[in-house]
Design a protein around this ligand. Structure first.
Ligand code: HEM
Length: 118
C-alpha cells in the first residue's frame, strides 16, 4: 500500500523538490534561457502538482500538456538531460531517498518524447 506520494513526504516534500529545482535552474544559464518571460509562480504550482499526480497523490493537474507547455522551445536532448540532472540534485537536496527519485524519473521519462524538439 502506501503511495510514492506518501512515502516521500507529500506536498511539502514535492514543493521542496520544486523550489530546489527552480533555484538550480536559476544558476544554470543553459536552462535558464528557456525560462525568459515565464510566470515562475505558475510554473512552480503546476510542476509540484504534476509531481503529486505522478506519485499517486490527491492532486489534479490543471496545467498544459507537456507537448503544449514545451512547444516552440526546440529543447535539445543535451539540455533535457541536463534538466533531469538538476531535478535529481533537487530531489537529493530535499532529502528524498534514491529509490523515490528513481521512481519519479521513471514516471517523467515517459513524457520525454513530448518535450524534445517541439
Ligand atoms: C523532467 C522533465 C520535465 C517536466 C516533468 C516538466 C514539466 C513542466 C510543467 C508541469 C510545466 C508547467 C506547464 C504549465 O504551466 O502549463 C513546464 C513548463 C515549462 N518547462 Fe518543463 N518540464 C520538463 C523538462 C523541461 C526542460 C528540459 C526544459 C528546458 C530545457 C523545460 C522548460 C520549461 C519552460 C520554459 C516552461 C514554462 C513554459 C511557459 O510557461 O510558457 N522543461 N514544464
Amino acid at each position: 500500500g502506501q503511495t510514492a506520494y506518501a512515502r516521500l513526504g507529500g506536498m511539502p516534500a514535492l514543493y521542496a523538490v520544486t523550489d530546489n529545482f527552480i533555484t538550480l535552474i536559476e544558476h544554470e544559464p543553459r536552462i535558464l534561457k528557456y525560462f525568459k518571460g515565464v510566470d515562475i509562480a505558475e510554473f512552480r504550482r503546476h510542476f509540484a502538482i504534476q509531481l503529486c499526480m505522478e506519485t499517486g497523490g490527491p492532486c489534479e493537474y490543471t496545467g498544459r500538456t507537456m507537448q503544449d507547455a514545451h512547444a516552440m522551445m526546440n529543447i535539445t536532448e543535451a539540455d533535457f538531460n541536463l534538466t533531469v540532472e538538476l531535478l535529481i540534485k533537487a530531489g537529493e537536496q530535499a532529502g528524498l531517498a534514491t529509490s523515490e527519485i528513481n521512481y519519479l524519473l521513471m514516471k517523467l521519462a515517459t513524457m520525454r518524447k513530448d518535450m524534445l524538439y517541439k
